[in-house]
Design a protein around this ligand. Sequence first.
Ligand code: XIL
Length: 369
Amino acid sequence: MQSIFYLNRIRFINVLLLLAILAYGCSNDDDPSPDVVTPEEPKPTATILKDKARFGIGAAITATQLNESAFASTLSGHFNQITAEYEMKMAKIWSSENSFNWTNGDALVDFAKQKGMKVHGHALVWYNSMPEWFKNANYDTLTYEAKVKDYITTTVKHYKDKGNVVSWDVANEIFSEDGTMRVEGVINGKFNDPIAFYGRCFQYVRDVDPNVKLFYNDYNVVLNSAKRAGIIKLVKRFQKDGYPIDGIGDQFHYTVTTSKEVMKTGLNDMASTGLLVHISELDLRVNVQKADDYLFTNSEKAIQSQAYQSIVEMYEALPDKQKFAITLWGVTDKYTWLTGWWHPKEYPLLFDSNFNKKPAYDGFLKGLK
Ligand code: XIL
């Protein structure tokens, strides 16, 4: 009897509490906070990539493309991060020994800032983007490294001051497919221990900006286990010798037929380092045979959509704290680098030439958790 009375009292108190909570909720109609969804609280039902994703959704662009209003609005409407397709590379910025050309890099970093977007810096040290004057200067090793340090320090400081450059590819493509150092005739040959040189480059960035994320970036990382082993060895060496590194990027310039199983194994292997993982230059070629009469039919579009979905799903399966971003190497098929580098009939991105969403966009969206 007493216990029934006791239970009723508890129920009564609970009802009172509930009423109090409801009343409080109603009296706070002018407080918008419960309805505001920040990027940290994504909506699983959102239909826009950047709203749904719990990690960065990036695109590679050029400053000129921003002058086209459909381009600018598609970019800021669907993406929350930008990579410069080439305007923040050494060959573009470092015009002569003592002059730096920031014009185009600044235009895109400033655009990003205005739109509340982040920027991933690409790329500080890349054999394929050393200015001609620097390659021809014939510096001895010590002077060469002092110059590279000067370039890194000046550039990272310049962009740190903008406030929205959150990460850098410090080194790009230093390995061959067999996991040994690439023989490129520009950088590696100057050093007895090139890995230590790269380690010091990572440190030069860290010395300027303690918070910026430092990435090693390469292609075929998930496809080629020998190359991946070389990269993982670099990470271990950096960690043993105290050089900073926060993440690894795989460019992901693949095709719709590239094996998903192989990709998945590779991604998991990259994540086994415990570092951030960046899909840094994603595009998926459809005209795999480079056929001059290729037609991008509905069924081809569906295959591409499925391929995008699978890649996003395998990325989503990584530990949350290691998911940095997926960056597309372009916004629209209109400007993809692949029409020059691969075949004129190529349609690798999420938006068509008229800035319409392709089925690839929906596949990407479906792949997000
Ligand atoms: C490419 C750009 O897309 C081209 O426009 C440019 O002419 C050459 O570089 N790996 C990279 C990128 O890390 O910087 C490359 O970008 C594509 C391959």
